[in-house]
Design a protein around this ligand. Structure first.
Ligand code: NAD
Ligand code: UFG
Length: 338
C-alpha cells in the first residue's frame, strides 16, 4: 500500500513527502522537474531517511503513469503537479489548461483503469474569487476567479466533484490552501522560485540576502488596518501535516469533501515584513508601489471544518514561519543550485 505524490519534488510536495513518511505511509514520488530540481529530491530522501521510489514522468503521459501503477501498489494519490504562476497563466492560458486540467483528467483516467479512486487535490483559496468576505468558508460560492490559473483550480474542483457523482467508489479531498510560507526546520528544503519571485515571502528573503534591492509593497490604500493587503500565511510543514490527515480521511470515505487549510489569522504585508525583520535581525528596505492587478484587500480562512472533521489545526505561528523561511534562504542563497 503506497501513496503516489505527483509534484513531490516541488515546494509543498517535498515537505509533504517527509510528513507522510513520518506518519508511516509508503510513498512514491512523480515529477517532471519542470519547476523543481533533482537536488530537492535528494534532500527530501535524506530527510525522509529512506530511498523513496521516484519516477520522472509527466502527468499528461498516460503510458508513463500506467508503468507506475503496474510497478507500485498505489492506494491513493496526492496531486500537487501543476503550474502555479498567476501572471504567466494570463500570458499562456493554454499551457495552464493543458497541464493542470488536461493532466488531471489523464491522471484520473489512469487511476480509474487501475481501480485507484482516492485523491487529495491541491486547490487554492483563489477559487473564492473577489466577492466573498473573509473569513472564507467552504460553502461560500466559488468560480468568480480573476485569472486562468485560478480558473484551472475551479474547473478541476468541478471535474473531481462530477467524477465522485458518477462513481460512488471515488473519494476526493479538495484542499484549499491559503498562503504557504516557511520551510522545513532543518533548513535543507524550502521554496526555490525561478527568477524574480512573484510571492511576498520569497521576495522578502531575497531582499534580506541582498539579491534584490528592496521590496515593492503593492498598495497602501486598501481597507485594512495599515492599508496593505491582508493574507492568511500558513507554515508549509503545517500544510504538509494537513495532507496526512486528508489521506487518512480519503481512505475511509467516499464522495468529494472540501477543506480550507489556513490558520484563520490575517497578516498585512507590513505585519509580515516586521515579523521577518524581528525573526532574522535583518532590515527590509521597502517602497510603496501601485496596487497589483487582480489583488484583493483581505483573504483569510475559517479553518474550523478541517479541525472538526480532519482533526487538523495549524500549530506554527508567524514568527516560526519567518524564522524557517530565513534559515532556508540564508543557508541556501542560491536555492538548490550549489
Ligand atoms: P511547485 O511548482 O513547487 O511544485 C509543483 C511540482 O509539480 C513541481 O515540482 C513541478 O516540476 C511539478 N509538475 C508541474 N507540472 C507537472 C507535470 N505536468 N507532470 C509532472 N510534474 C509536474 O508548486 P507548489 O508551491 O509546491 O504547489 C503545489 C500545488 O499546490 C500546485 O498545484 C499549486 O497550484 C497548488 N497551490 C500552491 C500555492 C502556493 O502558494 N504555493 C497556493 C495554492 C495552491
Ligand atoms: N505583495 C507585495 N509585494 C510583492 C509580492 C506580494 O506587496 O512583491 C503583496 C500582495 O499584493 C498581497 C500579498 O503581498 O497583498 C501576498 O501576495 P502573494 O503574491 O504572496 O500571494 P497572493 O495572495 O497574491 O497569491 C497566493 C498564491 C496564488 C493563489 C492565491 C490565492 O500565489 O497562487 O494566493 O490562494 F492563487
Amino acid at each position: 500500500m503506497a501513496i503516489l505524490i505527483t509534484g513531490g519534488c516541488g515546494y509543498i510536495g517535498s515537505h509533504t513527502v517527509i510528513e507522510m513518511v513520518k506518519a508511516g505511509y509508503d510513498v512514491v514520488i512523480l515529477d517532471n522537474f519542470y519547476n523543481s530540481k533533482p537536488e530537492a529530491l535528494r534532500r527530501t530522501r535524506e530527510l525522509a531517511g529512506r530511498d523513496v521510489p521516484f519516477y520522472e514522468c509527466d502527468i499528461r503521459d498516460a503510458e508513463g503513469l500506467r508503468r507506475i501503477f503496474r510497478e507500485q501498489s498505489i492506494d491513493a494519490v496526492i496531486h500537487f503537479a501543476g503550474l502555479k504562476a498567476v501572471g504567466e497563466s494570463v500570458q499562456k492560458p493554454l499551457a495552464y489548461y493543458d497541464n493542470n486540467v488536461g493532466g488531471t483528467v489523464v491522471l484520473c483516467q489512469v487511476m480509474a483503469e487501475f481501480g485507484c479512486k482516492r485523491m487529495v487535490f491541491s486547490s487554492s483559496a483563489t477559487v473564492y474569487g473577489m466577492n466573498n468576505p473573509s473569513p472564507l468558508k467552504e460553502d461560500m460560492p466559488t468560480g468568480a476567479v480573476t485569472n486562468p490559473y485560478g480558473r484551472t483550480k475551479y474547473i478541476i474542483e468541478e471535474i473531481l466533484k462530477d467524477v465522485c457523482v458518477s462513481d460512488k467508489d471515488w473519494s476526493v479531498v479538495l484542499l484549499r490552501y491559503f498562503n504557504p510560507i516557511g520551510a522545513h526546520e532543518s533548513g535543507r528544503i524550502g521554496e526555490d522560485p525561478n527568477g524574480i519571485p512573484n510571492n511576498l515571502m520569497p521576495y522578502i528573503t531575497q531582499v534580506a540576502i541582498g539579491k534584490l534591492p528592496r521590496l515593492s509593497v503593492y498598495g497602501d490604500d486598501y481597507d485594512t488596518h495599515d492599508g496593505t493587503g491582508v493574507r492568511d500565511y500558513i507554515h508549509v510543514v503545517d500544510l504538509a501535516a494537513g495532507h496526512v490527515k486528508a489521506v487518512d480521511y480519503a481512505l475511509g470515505h467516499s464522495g468529494a469533501e472540501v477543506f480550507n487549510l489556513g490558520t484563520g489569522n490575517g497578516y498585512s504585508v507590513l505585519d509580515l515584513v516586521h515579523a521577518f525583520e524581528k525573526a532574522s535581525g535583518v532590515a527590509i528596505p521597502y517602497a510603496i508601489a501601485p496596487r497589483r492587478a487582480g489583488d484583493i484587500a483581505t483573504c483569510y480562512s475559517d479553518p474550523s471544518k478541517a479541525e472538526r472533521v480532519l482533526g487538523w489545526k495549524a500549530a506554527r505561528g508567524v514568527d516560526e514561519m519567518c524564522r524557517d523561511s530565513w534559515r532556508w534562504q540564508s543557508g541556501n542563497p542560491r536555492g538548490y543550485d550549489q
